[in-house]
Structure formats: C-alpha cells, structure tokens
Design a protein around this ligand. Structure first.
Ligand code: ZN
Length: 163
C-alpha cells in the first residue's frame, strides 16, 4: 500500500509545509536547454519515476542547470526540486560530495551547512525508513548522470531497488 502524505504527521510542521509546497508548485520541472546529460531513475518500492536533464558549463566541469520530469510521491518530488536548485553552479566534484552528504543525512549522520540549509528540510524523512528511498532517488539518479560519460547510452534506468 502506498503511504500517504498523512504518514508525515510527525515531521516538523515547517518542513512538512515546504515539502508540500515544492510538491504542488515545483520550480525546476522541465528539460534543460541544451541537454548534456539525461538520466532516468525509478524507485520500485513507491513507484516514483523521474528523468533528470543536466546542462553543464562550457568547460563541462560545472553544473549550469538541472531540471526534472516525472511523477512520484511528495517526498520524491520535493527532494528532486530542492536538489535541482542546490546544484546550480556546483562543480561536478561538489555535486558528488553533496550526493554523499544527502545519503548520509538520510542515515541521520549528517546535515548541510548554512549555504545549503534548504536541503535540511528533508532531514525528517530519515525517521521514516520506507520513505528514504523516495528522498534518495533523485540524488542517486544525479550521481549516475554525472558519472556517465557524455557519449554513453543515457536511456537506461537507474533503480534503487537493491540499495
Ligand atoms: Zn515515493
């Protein structure tokens, strides 16, 4: 059975509000122009499916823009919208560090520094083990997009089923 938004009742009200606002009115939905990386991701345990597109800078070592398409629960959609925002202007190295930090945050072992504190609204999800995959999906997918070479077949899915 698909857990509903009501199962987030224990989250702090402000955080829950931010998550729901992002879900209802995402700021980074769409496709980047041009598309330098494209990666789909799927979370079978909930049914969340996203497609990320990434635009790099001219040197190809920094993220200019990230956008997403797809459908999923409030947690997965809020996570990807917040991630897209946080990734703008980041070097690929910084982006991978942030992926690691987010995954550690979902284990209750880390949080983001002040400059990226918006991402900490997802912190409460760590208390809901079944939803952690929802929050991690986009980060997992971004990592695959960054690590894929520009020429590789980008139409494969990453799945976090075995995580
Ligand atoms: Zn989900």
């Amino acid at each position: 059975m698909k857990p509903t938004i009501m199962s987030l009742g224990n989250l702090r009200d402000l955080y829950q509000q931010v998550i729901l606002e992002r879900y209802k009115s995402p700021k980074h939905r769409g496709v980047t122009d041009p598309v330098h990386r494209r990666q789909r991701g799927h979370n079978p345990s909930c049914g969340d499916t996203i497609e990320l597109t990434v635009q790099l800078n001219e040197a190809g070592d920094r993220i200019a823009d990230v956008k997403f398409q797809g459908e999923g629960c409030a947690i997965s959609m809020a996570s990807v919208d917040l991630m897209a925002e946080a990734m703008r202007g980041k070097s690929l190295e910084e982006a991978l560090e942030m992926v690691q930090r987010f995954q550690n945050m979902m284990k209750g072992e880390a949080e983001f520094p002040k400059a990226q504190r918006k991402l900490n609204v997802m912190q409460g999800v760590a208390q809901f083990p079944v939803r952690i995959k929802c929050a991690n999906l986009c980060w997992h997918t971004l990592k695959a997009a960054i690590e894929a070479s520009a020429n590789s077949d980008a139409n494969g899915f990453v799945s976090n089923e075995n995580e």
